[in-house]
Design a protein around this ligand. Structure first.
Ligand code: TYM
Length: 335
């Protein structure tokens, strides 16, 4: 990196539904910290949404919601470029060039592709197959090196690095390698409340806590989380669904609260009903202010439109510079 120059950060969230705790702890919490130190580009991946949600009736509302929820979580549109993917046409151009460097075999092996084929066998479109190429274009367009994401995106990042390296090898050094990033820790996966999989925007909705859930719904969902009758041996290993509850508590509860329940577990005197009640209250206290701020922002359409335009301008400036380097390296300049 050039001396004195800030590292470049890029990430995105699809506009396919309501944001949840997984999106917050896997991605947005990092964005909010990174905006203080780095040059940041964060966007709503509306084009990616079309690979699985071709119906666009709710798209505008969803895009507005994702923007509002990001801002409600503490993202400052003055400090970062907060924009919408489809507003940056250069993305499509880079995606096209990158498609020539991506192979059918590797795309077919992608875990997320295989999962989507299984879930929606009736809509296996080419956009779905080349999803990781579009994601690489999003990142490489800003020549970003740090990509704050949850664990589920690790393979996409590895593919982005491969595409970047292939481009550099063939046409000359243009792109630095991008890496998945989480502050000081391993990439995270926020589990679903039923212990079966992860929290998700479009599946498993009763076991996912959304940033828009009201207090009663949060309590209900937490109280329904799977538990058992408790350990019978001191210092037992926790089953995964119990570890999940501790993990959720680790995210939103005070350290001494967590320590108390850890000790109760180790001494075989834990009462899961009490633990879930405590977790529910801490969850309500965490989600409520975000939900209230997001509601207010979401209804201010003029503000959101201004934000989007301001973000797109910043993103276009960076995109134009990169595409100039790309076209020069590829020999696409004929006059
Ligand atoms: P998406 O919209 O599925 O998720 C947005 C972000 O939230 C993280 N995440 C989670 N983290 C922890 N636990 C969970 N249960 C959980 N669920 C979701 C995701 O890892 C992600 O960071 N392909 C991307 C969108 C994208 C993108 C990009 C990301 C498009 N272009 C460029 C980074 C860079 C996606 O589908 O995210």
């Amino acid at each position: 990196m050039e001396k004195g120059k800030k590292a470049i950060v890029m990430s995105g969230i699809r506009s396919t539904g309501f944001l949840h705790l997984g999106n917050y702890f896997g991605a947005i919490r990092n964005y909010v910290r990174m905006q203080e130190e780095y040059e940041c580009y964060f966007m709503v991946a509306d084009i990616h949404s079309l690979t699985t949600h071709p119906d666009t009736k709710e798209l505008r509302q969803n895009v507005h919601r994702v923007l509002a929820e990001n801002i409600a979580c503490g993202l400052d549109p003055e400090k970062v470029a907060l924009y919408c993917q489809s507003h940056i046409y250069e993305t499509a151009e880079l995606y096209m060039y990158m498609n020539m460097l991506a192979y059918k075999g590797e795309l077919e092996k992608t875990v997320t592709f295989k999962e989507k084929v299984r879930l929606h066998p009736e809509n296996v479109n080419a956009g779905l197959l080349t999803y990781p190429v579009l994601q690489a274009a999003d990142i490489l367009l800003h020549r970003a090196t740090l990509v704050p994401v949850g664990k589920d995106q690790e393979q996409h990042l590895e593919m982005s690095r491969n595409f970047a390296n292939r481009f550099n090898h063939r046409y000359g050094e243009v792109f630095p390698e991008p890496f998945a990033f989480n502050f000081g820790e391993e990439l995270i996966k926020v589990p679903s409340l039923d212990g079966a999989g992860k929290m998700s925007k479009s599946e498993n909705q009763y076991a996912t806590l959304y940033l828009s859930d009201d207090d009663e719904l949060i309590r209900k969902k937490v109280m329904k989380a799977k538990t058992d009758s408790g350990p019978t041996e001191p210092f037992s290993v926790k089953p995964e669904y119990i570890e999940n509850i501790f993990n959720l508590m680790r995210l939103v509860s005070a350290a001494e609260v967590l320590a108390k329940f850890e000790a109760d577990y180790d001494n075989c005197i834990i009462r899961y009903g009490d633990m879930k009640k405590q977790l529910a209250e801490d969850m309500v206290a965490f989600i409520r202010p975000v939900r209230e701020r997001a509601e207010a922002i979401r209804n201010d359409h003029a503000y959101l439109e201004r934000i989007m335009e301001m973000g797109a301008e910043k993103a276009r400036e960076s995109a134009r510079k990169t595409m100039d380097l790309v076209r020069t390296a590829m020999g696409l300049k004929y006059y």
